[in-house]
Design a binder for this molecule. Sequence first.
Ligand code: UFG
Length: 351
Amino acid sequence: MSNKKAPADTCVLVTGGAGFIGSHTVVDLLESGYQVVVVDDLSNASEKVLDRIDQIVGDEASERLSFVRADVCDRDALEAVFDEFPIDAVIHFAGFKAVGESVAKPVEYYSNNLGSTLTLVDAMRAHGCKSIIFSSSATVYGDPDELPLTEASPKKPATNPYGWTKWMVEQILMDVAKADPEWDVVLLRYFNPIGAHPSGLMGEDPKGIPNNLLPYVAQVAVGRRDAVHVFGDDYDTPDGTGVRDYIHVMDLARGHVAALGWMAGRTGCEVFNLGTGKGTSVLEIIHAFSAACGRELPYVIEPRRAGDVTANWADCTKARELMGWEATRGIADMCRDSWNWQSNNPNGYEG
Ligand code: UFG
């Protein structure tokens, strides 16, 4: 934002605000005093999330939340949003995010993820709003040469269309900031977000068979699936299984609020890693979740999954030094909150 305003006077547009990371960020924004407008087409989210947000934040804060059901690719719908609300900054989460599906449907992924961003950026500049935070991913680092990954680590070619869309949207936004010095762009590279709101009212609710480890483990724990499939135990890691930097979604949400406060009054483009700095293996996750749910979860070893990297974890020094942000929750907290969500909502929001 070109100038610093109090949260109560700052209106934040959150695209994809009904999704997993978006909804947790909306709660943190409301609890931090911001005015929030969510734009979500609910293609991969439930409208029930909005009731849960209201329940968590209470009446006073939920009055500061507006919801518009729309696709971010719909320029007319975006125009109407910018006409109705005095948007100061945008947090752009909306996008397709399934790696495997992106390989099967590249046209849909490029069209949606790039098209929505271009439409959004064009609507923003037409309305004089030039502050954006983008949901990027550690996927842009590819298979790392060195760990931990810093923001200066090289971007590598992506291994799937989903990864390329993150890579390309980063490039588009960097070029936008370069072309017009009034823009204020923050690219947040997430490591592996897991966990849930500690109330058990919000969490991850993937449609169909989960692609990611944690929702799969949680569904095994609740009896919806038989056993965890461990993709490879012959990696060059301490126990042979893949290592990732898992971050609690509450810490990740806080990272967006920290970025919003930090960017106010600045211009340019900055990149931040959001992780914990610690790597955890697949087997360590299964054991931690077993401890959280109180029974040993069954697992079977399978071949490696194509496209997976051996290990990655973040160096988050930059976010700490510049934005004063640091993850505070560990794997036990993440598994406890994820189990609390899953056991209270065995079938997710529709349960
Ligand atoms: N894994 C299993 N069994 C499963 C699912 C995953 O063993 O059922 C393993 C994977 O092989 C990997 C680890 O668990 O070692 C984590 O896998 P996830 O699918 O949960 O997460 P990824 O690290 O593969 O995915 C993350 C982000 C994506 C991003 C991707 C890029 O969630 O958005 O990194 O590699 F595209």
